[in-house]
Ligand binder design. Sequence first.
Ligand code: ADP
Length: 488
Amino acid sequence: MPKQVKIKYTQLFIDNEFVDAVSGRKFPTKNPVNDEVIALISEGDKADVDKAVDAAKRAFDRNSTWRQMNPYIRGQLMHKLADLITRDLDYIATLETLDNGKTYANAVDDIQASVAFLRYYAGWCDKIQGSTIPTGDTKVTLTQREPIGVVGQIIPWNYPFMMLIWKWGPALATGCTLILKPAEQTPLTALYAAALAKEAGFPAGVVNVIPGYGPTAGAAIAEHSEIRKVSFTGSTEIGHIIMAAAAKSNLKRVSLELGGKSPLVIFDDADVKEAAKIAHDAIFSNHGQNCCAGSRTFVHSKIYDEFIKHAKQLALARKVGDPFNSETDQGPQIDQDMVDKIMSLINSGKQEGAIVEAGGNRTGNTGYFVEPTVFSNVTDDMRIAKEEIFGPVQTILKFDTLDEVIERANRTNYGLASGVITKDINKALKFAQAIEAGSVWVNCYDAITPQTPFGGFKRSGIGRELGEEGLKEYLEIKTISIKITKEN
Ligand code: ADP
């Protein structure tokens, strides 16, 4: 696999042009394998967000090409973008692996999935309908759904390209115009996506990409009084800040997809080996850097010891190393801050009496590698059972009854995802009814598809992404009431 690629775009993308930041400042984006600078990227800030908002407003003008466009053609543009992404899949996946550290195979999967998400939303463009509502003989009343307008989108570094497409899909399908800020750790594929949007033929100002830092460029988006909606994916901590900024500025609509501490519950009738594999993938995929990771593995006491044996074997077999090597299962974590956080939580687990069954240390001479780690003997009060680790750390807890595990699984401020493994349909359904989470996966995990809504209960978020629900987040409803005159 090619490790060195030409970085084609490093500037901000505003009004269909690549431009320097108003301040002229740049920031480095680094390769998490060795901490080397890949490229210097123009650093957006408030002045650049203002420029992008002006462009996005012009593109959203009532008489603009974008607003006048037949929705079917809008869908064709989105399909064209999907074609271009498919054409350049190797290049985009290589950029993603360089910038993020995820394995090349995972990056390819992400880009392919992104194409499916984009095409799903492309199909919606000409199917966004209102309704007629009976209001008596004297009036005809109907509703129409309209794009909200200029939207801001702030995304994290764990799935840089896929998160971008999750945001762009519904925004473009509904006819909004957008300003996206990628995470400062991973701006490269977002800038390339911007170039492809131009090549696909989106009119100037529809898509704008402003790399930069959260408290500057991100805050400028959240606080902007001409941005009508902000869609944010990231930590719960920053979710609070975004919502406060929206409230303080112009009451822009807010959708938030935040953290999680998702339970995966395994009953004693499960095939233990198979369940251990599902639980392993649920936590270790994407190096544990996954908001819906199955980060609390609850195992029934009757199969607990056998389950630990399998979980340990799977973790020890996991190959950590160069993400471009096809043998590698796990590349580096994203940066030093994340490694510090993960190691501090691993150490807290050791100190609080959890047993390290596998891993437990950093690894490698350079870069941000952490051993796949398995803790048994975990109790609900330990930090590793309560806090989102966002790393390759499996925490295994023991339980005895369905009611007990439901109560414990719900004892968290988060509520993003959950899973249950059992052959007993009644147990599975009772769990599904009782769990406070936006997704429940039965005998599987991470069953995310373009048409299925995804999002959180409680402090895991507000609103939904994907499916028809995700589309509604970008639409206003207008009620039109027409009086029928009595003349005839
Ligand atoms: P993570 O823990 O996944 O890095 P963050 O919530 O810190 O998540 O970051 C997710 C995104 O939010 C990034 O694009 C980051 O730059 C942005 N961000 C961070 N702080 C702020 C802020 N104060 N206002 C707006 N965006 C922010």
